[in-house]
Design a protein around this ligand. Structure first.
Ligand code: HEM
Ligand SMILES: CC(C)=CCC/C(C)=C/CC/C(C)=C/COP(=O)(O)OP(=O)(O)O
Length: 338
């Protein structure tokens, strides 16, 4: 208020009352214009800050990281053989999430040029030009280092190294293989499965435990139906961009369908084996039946895709895969408490 009055005085010194009203009016108008400019600038700054933050999140492949964190909770409980202190779980999720996000971001840095060739990826922060390479690389390094340090400091060298090995497998091995051989999916499945060892070893499990590797088996197997559906749905874009995927090398999709069926069957086998690893009582049989029932929709979708390879059966297979993984992990985790 005082400023307004000061402004009014400065504006009106040495002028008639009528001129004063106009000047004050103008001054007020200017003040209003200035303040509305300020408000709109402020809102623009807020919006651009929101958009920048959204791009950094998008760089990490948040949907994949979210599902990886779901597997991290399950494998942490399994490694602990029971409950895990809430704060430990929070730090585990922060550390794993940052390392996984760094891997996803590094993959997008690596593929920033070829991602322009696919409609599915062209709108990403780097290929679209919304984010600078320096900002992306700095962010990638920062969250990767911070996440690895958190895992190391709170849970020890083994979980931290599991994260580093996963990061390297995905970024340095899998990513360059994508344009060279369709065997990239096998390496990607290993990279996508290794994070289960982070949660498992962070909360008491050992790398020598069969349970940990059966969990790896569940994730490796699951990724075939999951990705073969995606490889089919985006086959044309993959082919035009020069990626070597099962559906570009063998365009009928028969190989992809067979891999999806085999992956579903191996997933069931690994899940049932995990149900019996503690004992072979009634609950082991009950849990096994639940594992079969939870994977069955994906097995059925794989068979339907095998019989009729089109975008409808392909999308149904992808959707079923995204529901099946959490269900299987819930059942095998409950076996820890049952
Ligand atoms: C061989 C390994 C894998 C490959 C090649 C792969 C590939 C992909 C691709 C290309 C997409 C994006 C689809 C799109 O743009 O709509 C995607 C989506 C997704 N992936 Fe995977 N993925 C793999 C492993 C994993 C793993 C290990 C997880 C987590 C446990 C995972 C969880 C997801 C989720 C949740 C989505 C989002 C699906 C959606 O929102 O429609 N994927 N995957
Ligand atoms: C803890 C840690 C380091 C976790 C990392 C694990 C991780 C990010 C796995 C992703 C699995 C995978 C192959 C995704 C597809 O990438 P893509 O390059 O085929 O997807 P795109 O074509 O959409 O870029």
């Amino acid at each position: 208020m005082a400023t307004d009055l000061l402004m009014a005085d400065e504006l009106t010194t040495g002028h008639s009352s009528a001129e004063k009203m106009v000047l004050v009016g103008q001054g007020t108008l200017q003040e209003e214009t200035t303040s509305s400019d300020f408000a709109s600038t402020q809102s623009r700054v807020k919006m651009s800050a929101k958009a920048i933050a959204k791009d950094f999140v998008e760089l990490t492949k948040p949907r994949i990281v979210t599902m990886i964190l779901v597997t991290t909770v399950a494998t942490a409980l399994m490694g602990a053989g029971g409950f895990v202190p809430a704060m430990s779980l929070v730090w585990l999720l922060i550390g794993t999430g940052m390392v996984a996000g760094s891997a996803g971001a590094a993959n997008q840095v690596w593929e920033r040029v070829i991602d322009q060739e696919m409609t599915r990826t062209a709108s990403r922060p780097l290929p679209s030009g919304r984010m600078s390479l320096t900002a992306a690389m700095t962010f990638t390094a920062a969250i990767g280092i911070i996440g690895t340090t958190i895992l190391w400091q709170f849970f020890g060298m083994v979980p931290a190294m599991c994260g580093v090995v996963t990061w390297l497998t995905y970024v340095v091995v899998y990513t360059p293989m994508k344009t060279r051989t369709s065997w990239n999916t096998t390496v990607g499945a290993i990279a996508g499965a290794l994070p289960v060892l982070i949660g498992y070893t962070a909360c008491g499990g050992a790398l020598s435990d069969a349970s940990g590797w059966l969990l790896v088996g569940i994730l490796v197997a699951w990724q075939y139906p999951h990705f073969m559906a995606i490889a089919w749905l985006y086959r044309r874009q993959y082919d035009e961009a020069g990626f070597q995927m099962s559906t570009t090398v063998e365009p009928t999709g028969l190989s992809a369908a067979i891999q999806a069926i085999v992956g579903s069957l191996v997933l069931i086998a690994c899940g049932i084996a995990l149900c019996f690893i503690r004992d072979s009582g009634f609950l082991a049989y009950l849990a096994s039946m639940l594992v079969f029932a939870s994977v069955y929709p994906m097995l059925k979708a794989s068979v339907l895709f095998f019989r009729s390879r089109d975008d409808i059966t392909g999308r149904k297979l992808l959707r079923s895969s995204l529901l099946v993984l959490p269900a299987v992990l819930l059942i095998v985790t409950l076996r820890v408490f049952w």
